[in-house]
Write a protein that binds this ligand. Structure first.
Ligand code: BTN
Length: 321
């Protein structure tokens, strides 16, 4: 956003003259006016008060790398290579690029908007500017590919932990890792394998999309909600959210490495939104009662012929009436 500095100055909600803004930004008054117009075109509500100046009417929640870093637990800060972008195609693609260019430490990319946000199963992830959180992390796990089985569920638990710590109550998880509130989907996680397959090391990109302030989301074809809609009494700040999410993911990955997936079975099951409902999987090939997950992260469906484990991946699970 070209007008980020301008909006930072206006974010106190006071009236600022064109002259004082021009001085603070080191530009002409005409340039200030152009930035105001641009910001308004991008959806920021700014009032022009004749003879006095400009005032921000809507509250803005700007991303800021220093604020994100200070919201991350100190023990993790040193390992992280944080990149905060104004706009990107997909933060997952950007982290993939950073990993393949050999960037050291733990690459994390956050963007204010995505122009080609990716969802699971080839879907588009609607990613409007300034509204939500789009965050990707490059994760390296020691161990074989079996480590991947539980990973996406582990990440779902980590997101729920972070959101609950900040004041979200009653969150649910929809297998394998959608974040749900009673109003619908609040967020999703896209886990993509990165690089050449190497024995003993697994590299993945984990992308988190959380609806934060959105009140409308064009093109989304299922019930959805945002933190601001579902928890209007909490003051949601994307920087805090990002810092807490990164910390929760690092905590969860430490526990996963130390104790394996078993440590996540109970926390995942406690938030299972399917449990006890009639469900179908594999395009209707498996129909039965949802019975939670097993120690590998498969979803169990109790059918007339016994319990069938359903693997995460191509197939989805849905409630049938
Ligand atoms: C889903 O379909 O539920 C997963 C959505 C994942 C969206 C996030 S937003 C940040 C990261 N970058 C992407 O392109 N996708 C993920």
């Amino acid at each position: 956003m070209k007008s980020k500095a301008l909006i930072t100055h206006l974010s106190d909600g006071e009236v600022h003259s064109g002259e004082s803004l021009a001085a603070k930004l080191g530009v002409s008054r005409t340039a200030v006016w152009k930035q105001v117009r641009k910001a308004m075109e991008e959806g920021v509500e700014i009032q022009t008060i004749r003879g006095k100046g400009y005032q921000l009417l809507s509250s803005v929640d700007l991303l800021d790398a220093d604020s994100i870093l200070s919201a991350i637990a100190p023990e993790y800060r040193g390992d992280i290579a944080l990149q905060v972008l104004d706009e990107v195609g997909s933060t997952n693609a950007e982290v993939g690029r950073r990993m393949s260019s050999g960037e050291a430490s733990l690459p994390i990319t956050i963007a204010d908007c995505q122009t080609a946000g990716r969802g699971r199963r080839g879907r588009v992830w609607t990613s409007p500017r300034g509204e939500n959180l789009y965050l990707s992390m490059g994760i390296t796990l020691q161990g074989g590919f079996s480590r991947l089985d539980g990973l996406s569920l582990v990440l779902g638990v980590a997101v729920a932990n972070a959101l609950e710590r900040l004041g979200a109550q009653g969150l649910g998880l929809k297998w394998p890792n959608d974040i749900f509130v009673p109003g619908g989907k609040l967020g999703g996680i896209l886990v993509e394998l990165q690089g050449e397959l190497q024995e003993g090391v697994v590299q993945v990109i984990a992308g988190f999309g959380i609806n934060v302030h959105a009140q409308t989301l064009g093109g989304v074809d299922q019930p959805w909600s945002s933190l601001a809609r579902s928890y209007p009494d909490v003051r949601w700040r994307r920087n805090d959210l990002a810092g807490n999410l990164i910390t929760a993911v690092q905590d969860a990955l430490d526990l996963f490495s130390r104790d394996g997936f078993g440590a996540f079975l109970e926390p995942w099951q406690a938030r299972d939104i399917f449990k006890g409902q009639s469900v179908e999987a594999k395009g209707g090939g498996v129909v039965g009662i949802a019975a939670g997950i097993d120690e590998r992260g498969n979803y169990l469906v109790r059918t007339g012929d016994g319990t069938v484990p359903v693997r995460a991946g191509e197939i989805s699970l849905r409630v049938v009436s």
